[in-house]
Write a protein that binds this ligand. Structure first.
Ligand SMILES: Nc1nc2c(ncn2[C@@H]2O[C@H](COP(=O)(O)O[C@H]3[C@@H](O)[C@H](n4cnc5c(=O)[nH]c(N)nc54)O[C@@H]3COP(=O)(O)O)[C@@H](O)[C@H]2O)c(=O)[nH]1
Length: 556
């Protein structure tokens, strides 16, 4: 080789960062590049003539020696790639990628080792693995890992012939926390929630964060009784407000429970069922709910009902029941709330909980509300003519608040029936308003300008800015009223809502009044009106005149 070529190769070997080492058949080092010096921390003079085992952790020396011998003796292959651990001069170890080649030169066999330190690469790989399975905010398993763990838990349940419980949970007003306190505090809250959940559960249980404010709990080999007990413990544990940067933040949550094999035979069906149960818990405000097929919008009966709804509206299968609302000062009825039912030819009376949601999803809520308004106002006129002049409250859904023609259609119905607008009260929930605040505001303002009364239904379960909407009344959600005589927290909430309503000049109506004690407490708190089973459940139009005569709350 010419001097020029030699210099050229030496220069090349200097800049190559990989370690290039050659060894003879006895595994003695014959060449050690600068890259090898940088990688192992040895000077070339320290290693030439030494055994290659100097560069390996002692526990691997014997194995690699054998592998090398086999490679050296065998005719094929002439090149081998593999991963090993290298050992630096300071004794530290590192993972390395190795390419080992055999070369015959001047009747001698030479072995060339090209070795690359892949510690960075390994770290990155580990990070990626971690990121792929771990939620970066809480350190809990993420959705991908959760699915794997649930599948494993179901397999274990199958194998041991035992139940597995899946609990899905989300925070009811997390969006509000984010919007009002900022995303950083929202993130801190999620971290705290994750920690408290872990404290409640056993080490064998899994807590995962699925994203946003959604968490999942997997309880291996758990029956319904244990799952509901855990759900109660979770509710209790999260009852205490969280301290986030000095601010006490209270959270409310809903949990849905589904069990293997009772509610689903695999991970996907369990997730879907627990989700259905969670939404049922949200609607009822009950904290947690165990899955039942009746809750399920995808159950065969629900799907069949959704398909028949159009026909039910056109074919006069709907009917209204009316629930009296009573003025607490006079103790007399002031109005009724119209509540729709479906007189189904096969299933009998179907409650609105089973068809309002599908009606909203399919857009049928528009003709359904139109039917309810038409029938309620016709009935109102009828009662008026019979000397029963009370207000008529009708529920609107979120989608109705996007319907720009609604005010005109209501005006027409009022005119046809010769009813003053002040006889009509429209109830909207806070969540319906929040779905599209701008649109809701426009429709509500038009309705209010027409002289129609507006009330916020289920008040206390959502967030809406009362100042921004022209409402006349708020109805305290029945979940607070129902047990306010035993539950001090709820009693405080009810009192605060009454005070808030009065401070804003609004009438306050309590829903879900079920006994005399509750009535008395509400009266003492200055609540204006009440509705509930204590006075009357919703009854048919035919029963109202009789109730008016016989009930102490009647007009007479
Ligand atoms: N968009 C529309 N929604 C409607 C219409 N009709 C009803 N609904 C909504 O369906 C939900 C369930 O209604 P329903 O099964 O009729 O239940 C009502 C009452 O029976 C129940 N209630 C009344 N008093 C008590 C009580 O003392 N205890 C108790 N456990 N339950 C009681 O409350 C329901 C009335 O609630 P609200 O409307 O919030 O005043 C319900 O959300 C209806 O709004 C419709 O035509 N359109």
């Amino acid at each position: 080789m010419s001097n020029e070529n030699q210099a050229y190769i030496t220069a090349l070997l200097t800049i190559i960062t990989d370690a290039i080492i050659t060894v003879d058949q006895t595994q003695r080092i014959t060449f050690f590049s600068q890259g090898a010096e940088r990688t192992f921390g040895y000077q070339v003079t320290e290693v030439i003539g030494q055994s290659m085992s100097l560069l390996l952790p002692s526990r691997f020396v014997e194995v690699h020696r054998e592998q090398f011998r086999a490679f050296a003796a065998g005719p094929e292959p002439t090149r081998l790639s593999f991963e090993i651990f290298g050992r630096r001069k300071d004794g530290s170890e590192f993972p390395a990628e190795v390419s080992l080649s055999k070369l015959s030169l001047n009747d001698q066999i030479l072995f060339i080792i090209i070795l690359r330190d892949i510690i960075e690469h390994k770290h990155a790989e580990e990070m990626l693995q971690l990121m792929a399975h771990c939620d970066s905010l809480t350190g809990l398993p993420n959705r991908t890992r959760f699915r794997d763990l649930l599948r494993q838990a179901v397999l274990a349940g199958q194998y041991e012939n035992k139940s597995v419980a899946l609990l899905l949970m989300d925070l009811d007003q997390f969006k509000e926390v984010n919007d009002t306190l900022g995303h950083d505090r929202g993130d801190l809250l999620i971290q705290h929630v994750g920690r408290r959940l872990k404290e409640v559960l056993r080490p064998t249980d899994t807590v995962a964060r699925l994203g946003g404010d959604e968490f999942a709990l997997i309880l291996p080999l758990a029956e319904a009784g244990h799952a509901t007990l855990v759900a109660s413990k979770v509710l209790k544990a999260l009852e205490e407000p969280f301290e986030i940067e000095g601010l006490p933040i209270a959270v409310e949550l809903s949990l849905g429970i589904a069990l293997y094999p009772e509610h689903g035979s695999n991970a996907d069906s369990l997730i879907q069922r627990a989700d259905v149960a969670m939404y049922a818990a949200k609607r009822s405000g009950s904290g947690y709910t165990l899955y039942t097929p009746e809750q399920d919008p995808h159950s065969p009966r629900r799907l069949a009902l959704a398909g028949e709804l159009r026909h039910a509206i056109d074919g006069n299968q709907l009917l209204l029941h009316y629930q009296p609302q009573v003025n607490m000062q006079t103790g007399r009825i002031t109005g009724v709330e119209a509540l729709v039912r479906w007189q189904h030819p096969q299933y009998g009376i179907v409650p609105p909980d089973q068809f309002i949601l599908p009606a909203e999803r399919t857009g049928l809520i528009k003709p359904l509300t139109q039917w309810v308004l038409k029938e309620a106002l016709r009935q109102s006129r009828d009662w008026n003519q019979k000397g029963l002049p009370f207000n008529m409250a009708v529920n609107l859904s979120a989608r109705n608040l996007h319907d720009s023609q609604l005010p005109d259609r209501i005006a027409e119905l009022l005119e046809v029936n010769g009813m003053a607008p002040s006889f009509l009260e429209l109830e909207v929930t806070e969540s319906a308003i929040m779905q599209d605040q701008m649109c809701a505001k426009e429709i509500l303002t038009r309705l209010s300008k027409m002289g129609i009364r507006l009330s916020i239904d289920d008040f206390g379960t959502g967030y809406s800015s009362l100042n921004h909407h022209p409402v006349n009344a708020i109805k305290i959600d029945r979940t607070f009223v129902r047990d306010m005589t035993e539950n001090q927290n709820n009693a405080v909430i009810v009192r605060s809502i009454i005070d808030l309503g009065h401070n804003l000049g609004l009438e306050v109506i309590a829903e879900g009044v079920e006994n005399h004690e509750t009535w008395n407490r509400l009266l003492a708190l200055g609540c204006d009106a009440a509705q509930g089973y204590y006075m009357s459940p919703p009854v048919s139009a035919q029963e109202i005149p009789c109730w008016m005569k016989e009930s102490p709350w009647g007009l007479a």
